[in-house]
Write a protein that binds this ligand. Structure first.
Ligand code: BGC
Length: 364
């Protein structure tokens, strides 16, 4: 029954998109989408799911990539405004730098939906669709804790890019789970003097988190992640290795960090987190090279973004459940749940659940 209702509402949504677009703006662009980079499989997932949802509905949509460059992002937004977009969905490359693009859109009467990452320091953001990013970080911490026994376990912390608001939220979630277990001696932080200096503080300010993130950032870049992990391994003595617990901020960086730790002869076993359920990491999990990932079902985010875009095109306020402060305003938001995936449930959640095809993997 639930399934039938879901299918029915999906069909209804498709019909609404088609009607709205064909009646209101038959030849013009209704919704433009700007994603941060083509170089990370996470954002190709979003592109694919957006195209599937919108093109099937006959909706005229254009997806542009910023390729890690805020000025390209702004040029993309300006191009979409010129093409007549009524709503632009932006996943910002840099949270604060994107404010200028959002301001330009607002000036042109275009509505802005912040997608996955929050655009900061502007009131020109109409709505925010996101995952529960605190839960993402907490899932990493919980997983590492679940697999640790005794005291003095070696902990290596890594974070996302400081220019991404999410990196702070993920870190906050991870810290909320791990800090009590650092304070009680279960874990010993091996790669961040800033984190060690703050290890008895349960709740960190943004500035305090910035200090730690500044030291352990991967900048969301596989190469930075790899060289940082290698430098940490070089600096660590033998006693700080053996079995290690690694808090890695996403799948791409997790694979790079796991490869570095896996290649160190003094590391006998490692547990490592991730997020995004990227195909390459799903294979790593099957092969025992990555311990877990946090599955964020991009279809839900895409669905929320489309619903919000339709509401905004119709001059209505999209349904919100809560809000996020972006430094300038409380942005109405909707947030999707996340699921921890490891070797035990990877098949049931991602394959049997219909997200990926079994044929995409070996050794399932
Ligand atoms: C997203 C993650 C992604 C990361 C790097 C974050 O803002 O929420 O899913 O892995 O950016 O692109």
């Amino acid at each position: 029954m639930k399934k039938a209702l879901a299918v029915l509402s999906a069909l209804l949504l498709v019909a609404i998109v088609a009607t709205t677009v064909s009646c209101a703006q038959p030849e013009k662009l209704a919704v433009g989408i700007v994603l941060p980079t083509k170089d990370e499989p996470r954002w190709i997932q979003d592109q694919t799911r957006f195209e599937a949802a919108l093109k099937a509905a006959g909706h005229n949509v254009e997806i542009l990539f910023s390729q890690g460059d805020s000025s390209k992002e702004k040029a993309n937004v300006e191009a979409l405004i010129t093409k007549g977009a009524k709503v632009i969905v932006i996943c910002p490359q840099d949270a604060s730098a994107a404010a200028a693009a959002a301001d330009a859109a607002a000036k042109a009467g275009v509505k802005i939906i912040s997608y996955d990452r929050l655009i900061r320091d502007t009131s020109a953001v109409d709505y925010y669709v996101t995952f529960d990013s605190i839960a993402v970080g907490a899932a990493w911490g919980d997983y590492l804790i679940k697999n640790a026994t005794g005291t003095g376990n070696n902990l290596f912390l890594y974070a996302g890019a400081a220019s991404d608001n999410n990196a702070f939220i993920f870190f906050e979630g991870a810290w909320s789970a791990l800090q009590p277990k650092i304070a009680d001696g279960t874990f010993v932080i091996r790669n961040s003097s800033e984190a060690v200096a703050l290890q008895n503080k349960a709740k960190l300010t943004r500035e305090e988190m910035a200090k730690i993130i500044g030291q352990v950032t991967t900048n969301w870049d596989f190469n930075v992640a790899k060289s940082k992990a290698e430098a940490d391994l070089t600096a660590a003595d033998k006693a700080s290795k053996g079995t290690v617990y690694i808090c890695a901020p996403n799948d791409g960086t997790a694979r790079a960090i796991a490869d570095a730790f896996g290649a160190d002869k003094d590391v006998t076993k490692y547990f490592i987190s991730g997020q995004d359920a990227e195909k390459a990491s799903v294979q790593y999990i099957i092969d025992g090279k990555q311990s877990m990932t946090v599955f964020k079902d991009v279809r839900m985010l895409v669905d929320d973004a489309i619903k919000a875009a339709i509401a905004l095109i119709e001059g209505k306020a999209p349904a919100a459940r809560g809000s996020y402060n972006n430094g300038k305003k409380d942005v109405p938001a909707i947030q999707s749940p996340v699921i921890t995936v490891d070797k035990a449930n990877v098949k049931s959640i991602l394959i049997d659940g219909g997200y990926y095809a079994a044929a995409d993997f070996t050794g399932l």
